[in-house]
Design a protein around this ligand. Sequence first.
Ligand SMILES: C[S@@+](CC[C@H](N)C(=O)[O-])C[C@H]1O[C@@H](n2cnc3c(N)ncnc32)[C@H](O)[C@@H]1O
Length: 276
Amino acid sequence: MPTLSQGQPDKSGPEPHRHRQTAESFGVDAERYDRARPPYPQALVDRIVAASPGRHVLDVGAGTGIEARQFQAAGCTVLGVEPDVRMADFARRSRVEVEVTRFEDWQPAGRQFDAVIAGTAWHWVDPVAGAAKAAQVLRPGDRLAPFHHVPQLPDEVIDALAEALQRVAPDSPFNPGLLRGSTVDAYQPPFAKITDGIRQAGSFSEPEQSRFAWERTASPRHSAARTARTWGRTARPGASGPPGPRMAACGRVSVPRPCCAIPFRGAAAGSTRSRS
Ligand SMILES: C[S@@+](CC[C@H](N)C(=O)[O-])C[C@H]1O[C@@H](n2cnc3c(N)ncnc32)[C@H](O)[C@@H]1O
């Protein structure tokens, strides 16, 4: 998420939710997406379920249903909201109910939920309008809980990504260089935007942040190829050439080490709907 750059971002940083072409591009290969993305840490799911007054969950940016299936397994009923019909179709095939629309445009039609969650998706939603929409479907005491994967990619993976993007997708808005060093630190500006949006919406308690650490043994080659495919299909509006060949070329990035443990953090922001 923090790897989006747009020329020289202003002091407030880039606004990913304005990159609509990228925001709604994940379904180019929904099956591969679902295979490649890890699930979220169980401790994160358990924390959100325990903090919510009931088990009726709205999942914003549900994608292929990765976290929706985890919340279902934890005893929740989950409704997904997802603008990319290719992702939604995959999620529906895995028994997740999904309504196809951007969250900002979604019609609650009087429905209420105990928790609104978003797995690595809230940065694609307008942070203030999204929090205001969430407030409409939550009662006092209910929870808004956006959370994210924060992978700490090895340097050689970052190098391979940078090289591949430069070669085949120089117009991509992603900047792998921002992933060097501590990715948790790199994620702080976008998390600050998320929590500021929740504050500005004015209907929630002060947001708290939590972190959950775990490691995943993965092949850097696989990680680089997966990330490069995601990024290689993206381009600034008006860029020429179809995304498919860029994806394929990015997928051929190579890195020297065959396998290593990639540290992950799950980072969650939680806020309670206050009385209005
Ligand atoms: C990185 S994917 C995360 C998918 C899933 N939650 C996961 O963790 O695997 C981001 C998802 O947000 C969706 N998305 C983008 N803009 C959105 C918006 N304005 N409202 C709701 N979902 C949005 C994308 O289509 C995509 O499926």
